[in-house]
Design a protein around this ligand. Structure first.
Ligand SMILES: [Mg+2]
Length: 182
């Protein structure tokens, strides 16, 4: 299946001031290995990530590219790979439908991999990740890493239910693999 991953708070530590350089990229425990396990089971993995730090002028596209290259390297070190890294650099005040909670990036991933929504799952740490997936009828998983615990505590509205909740990407991946959804 197509597994859509938010980046910050799912694969790497979320930073309120944005991950602006490879030095600021801190992988979450077990995340890279989880990706490798999902790869090995035959899943396609696409990152769909809001990166408004570029649109806000806090970092450049080249900075973002360098961070994502470091992310890809970290995943590769665990024996895994990312099939696509899709980003949206829109600032919130000029958001297009690509910026989550808009479904644009998720739709692009479905199209790129010719996957129907029923064969996809979104894993994220914020409500907007879940909203973007719900808009397309994509299955939803919340992880408690990053902003996830706060997102869960805030209450998840009926519009995004049902949502499966796991402690982190490693736990979510283990559950997906146990369900035999390869
Ligand atoms: Mg996030």
């Amino acid at each position: 299946m197509l597994i859509l991953l938010d980046r910050d708070g799912v694969l790497n530590e979320d930073r309120p001031d944005f991950v602006k350089s490879p030095d600021e990229l801190v992988m979450l425990a077990g995340a890279a290995t989880a990706v490798a396990r999902l790869n090995a089971a035959g899943h396609t993995i696409a990152v769909v990530s809001n990166q408004s730090g570029v649109g806000r002028g806090l970092m450049t596209q080249a900075d973002l590219d360098a961070v994502n290259a470091a992310l890809i390297e970290a995943v590769a070190s665990a024996g895994g790979w990312l099939d696509a890294v899709i980003v949206c650099t829109d600032p919130p005040w000029a958001a297009t439908a690509r910026r989550k909670p808009g479904p644009g990036m998720l739709h692009e991933a479905l199209t790129q991999f010719a996957a129907p929504p029923s064969d996809a799952v979104m894993i994220g740490d914020t409500l907007r990740d879940l909203e973007a997936a719900a808009a397309l009828g994509i299955r939803r998983i919340l992880v408690r890493s990053g902003k996830g615990r706060a997102s869960e505590a805030s209450g998840l509205p009926p519009s995004v239910q049902p949502v499966a909740v796991y402690d982190d990407l490693a736990a979510a991946a283990a559950a997906l693999l146990a369900q035999g959804v390869a």
